[in-house]
Design a protein around this ligand. Structure first.
Ligand code: SF4
Length: 413
């Protein structure tokens, strides 16, 4: 009998754990230091402005994902429902609000701190959804903190100079509000520095993800979900750059040595939509056992921005924030997916129909069907949710995934 195939651990992981621990402990210290200020920001929100103005930045969506990954969202969502939030609205939002009402945070078990740092300011962009506006408003009221936001034009096909100019103007509006409230002045040279750091981290992250074009792929979507933390929470900081340089070197070494994340890689898949955080381990194990690597995903690529050329930093922020996949129209999204399928030599695509996030679910208006017909590519739609495990049937989903791989096998015969 042959020995079971083992997963090869990513060595940089140890450093990542320390990096994240330091980040959260420092945020906790910032919230208790009267000389420092904390801002909360959406994941592709105006964090570079906040960093350049001296705020320490916390990202609540990351906290929502932690609640999901710890499989506790369903315990806290009912409290948010009791406070008037619909159980079928964003489960990052409802679990985060519910956990706050219960005075619970996974940060306590992970890092020994009470929970998210108390904000002085909350900043959002509705480039991903309007839910963040209501989510941030809840915490603005709770902490009696200022809430500012950008509401860019949505569902864009072509991104025009007029769109960019409009969003740049909105960014200037929030800068003026922050300057006035906190008696600060935005230093444009400092903003340029922060944007350059942000862009560098993003470019390195893109390079890391692109190594999965190799066969076997050195990392999977599931690795990406862990490894993406710095490009979200430390964008604009040197630490993120240092980390991704190390990780990229390790991935290149894997490519040179033909070390695959799924050693017996046979099928190369694409994941479209949100992760199923409470079932990451189970899903990762299932695909591993089926010799299928999820070589690319829309989600992990959401933080792979265009390079900054040293020009107007606000224009770069405006442009990158509206060019993201989630803010585009159906045709642009479909073209992006086709390009990704080609670049990563994908055999089949999985669409996650996330119950509480219609904004980042793309199987509801025929796209999966259109791609199946246009490319002759097998496509599977999995019903579930990003954080609320009650919307995901493990038995049914695993059966569907097995059948999907059998379909690929039959097609290859
Ligand atoms: S994009 Fe979806 S998961 Fe993210 S905050 Fe909006 S509704 Fe929630």
């Amino acid at each position: 009998m042959s020995a079971p195939v083992k997963r090869v651990e990513i060595k940089a992981q140890t450093r990542l754990r320390t990096l994240l621990k330091d980040y959260f402990l420092d945020l906790d210290a910032a919230a208790r230091d009267s000389e420092r200020r904390v801002a909360w920001c959406t994941s592709v929100g105006p964090c570079e402005i906040l960093t350049a103005m001296g705020f320490d930045v916390f990202f609540p969506e990351n906290h929502g994902a932690m609640l999901g990954a710890r499989k506790v969202s369903h315990k806290h969502i009912p409290r948010a429902v009791g406070a008037g939030y619909c159980a079928e609205s964003c489960s990052y939002m409802t679990s985060d609000i519910g956990a706050a009402l219960a005075n619970y945070s996974p940060l306590t078990e992970a890092y020994g701190i009470a929970g998210p740092p108390k904000p002085d300011l909350l900043a959002y962009s509705t480039n991903q959804c309007r839910e963040v506006q209501d989510w941030w408003s809840f915490f603005g009221r709770r902490h009696d903190a200022m809430v500012v936001g950008v509401c860019p034009p949505a569902h864009l096909g072509e991104v025009t100079p007029e769109h960019v100019a409009f969003v740049r103007w909105q960014l200037m509006q929030i800068v003026e509000k922050i300057e006035s409230r906190f008696n600060l002045k935005l230093d444009m040279d400092r903003l340029k520095e922060v944007v350059a750091l942000s862009s560098r981290a993003s470019a390195l992250w893109r390079d890391v993800l692109d190594t999965a074009q190799s066969k076997p792929a050195p990392l999977t979507f599931f690795d990406g979900l862990i490894q993406m933390a710095p490009v979200i929470v430390m964008r604009g900081r040197q630490e993120a750059i240092d980390y991704y340089e190390t990780l990229l070197e390790e991935m290149k070494e894997r490519v040179r040595d033909s070390v695959g994340a799924v050693p017996k890689e046979q099928w190369r898949l694409y994941w479209e939509g949100m992760p199923v955080w409470p079932k990451i381990r189970e899903l990762s194990g299932k695909f591993f056992d089926l010799n299928a690597v999820i070589a690319a995903s829309t989600y992990c690529n959401s933080w792979a921005f265009e390079d900054y050329d040293g020009g107007d930093p606000l224009e770069w922020m405006a442009k990158t924030s509206i060019e993201i996949f989630i803010n585009r129209d159906e045709n642009t999204k479909q073209a992006f997916l086709c390009e990704m399928f080609d670049r990563f030599d994908i055999d089949g695509a999985i669409f996650h129909n996330a119950r509480t996030c219609p904004n980042n679910t793309n199987s509801r208006f025929g796209m999966a069907q259109r791609l199946r017909e246009a490319r002759g590519m097998p496509v599977l739609v999995v019903d579930g949710d990003l954080s609320d495990g009650r919307f995901f049937s493990t038995a049914q989903s695993m059966t569907n995934i097995e059948a999907f791989i059998e379909q690929l096998e039959e097609g290859a015969r």
